[in-house]
Design a protein around this ligand. Sequence first.
Ligand code: PFF
Length: 451
Amino acid sequence: MATSESMHGMWSSRLMFILAAAGSAVGLGNIWRFPYVAGENGGGAFVLIYLACIFLIGIPIMSSEILLGRIGRQSPINTMRSVAASSGANPGWQLIGWMGALAGFMILSFYSVIAGWVLSYVFQMGAGTFVGADAEAAGAHFGEFTGSVWSVTAWHTVFMIMTIMITARGVGRGLEVAVKYLMPALFVLLALLVVYAAFTSGHFMEGVQFLFSFNFDKLTGNSVLLAMGQAFFTLSLGMGAIMAYGAYMPKDSSVIGTATMIALMDTAVALMSGLVIFPLVFANGLPSAAGPGLMFVTLPIAFGQMAGGQLFGCVFFILVSFAAITSAISLVEPAVAWVVEKLNTSRAAGAWLIGGVAWLVGLGSAFSTNIWSDVHFIGEMTFFDTMDYVSNNIILPLGGIFIAVFAAWILDGRIRDEEMARDGGLYGVWRVVTRFVAPVAVAIVFIMTFL
Ligand code: PFF
């Protein structure tokens, strides 16, 4: 079974794998979701738990996904089937792949809606809509835009078509080029914004304090679950995205070292986004718990007031769109790879099929800020909130536990030793953390939240 090449193509080098996986990890989860979820959960203590989850749960599980993908060299569903078979395990383990494909659908459906907001902001920034805007104007504008069912649906459609078209082109072409140039550009622009927030907002330290002073009073059982869900979401874990990418990774690189690099890049982008957004929140007297609109209100104010902001703002939202697209592609990849293997069709057909269904489901999220804003599914949650909550906080961590348990307990030890040979001493640490710490930690958070 363990072939050395995948039928879907291969990354041209280890660096390309790192860039692609970082492209999957760095996305709306860092720039849009991290600040607003941290804001809604009181900041500091939430951030601390989030960081603990990245290191104790995220890196071990990311390593497990890379490992399994690289052994199986197929879609996560078929990888799990073949790796389970060669380890003499129950074929039921392929459920991991199925659950992952389902989570990918669910996440892509709402991800595309938010990415659509970003696309629309590219044009609005460029057109100068926010020049000189204050907090009130930016907020009103955001409300008006998301309140329009036509605008939101149209941009959701545009984003989904872009995702489908790039996915259809395959692993090497398109995607590699995009991540090679656009990810570093995003990083640089974000760094410039941190400097801007540090020198001109006048409230930088307040932002720093909000993010890094650990006030545990504000922490509830549910916010611990949300911090863990955010860690899974931001690293693209628990649903096979990294497993699918691992399938195209060359054999001769270390697994844990690679996973650690990706996690560090991802965390840096999230923290930088927080350091841009919260000083602006405090400088403009905005509520830190503003919810999903946080980025769409704070950043336009900053761009609207800085010299050259019209151009910078436009470029920034373009880069965020690219970050979103490189993530969206990884959300469809597991399902598309499976469709190609199963139905023996072209990538293009697979991409249109999966993307089309996700678009349809996504309409529910597109409607959640307008015609369905009063329709609630779980408790007070709209369709969008429900998809987000269930996929990120339940399915991803559950998938993560299974992946960790499989990789560290069930997988044939000889295959694992061989794959991890390049990881040296870290391999021993990974085994202990992945066998005991990561699954137990996820289980405890679940039990604390739901019992
Ligand atoms: N990690 C992406 C982000 O932070 O925006 C979102 C994501 C991509 C989640 C791929 C899950 C996934 F499989």
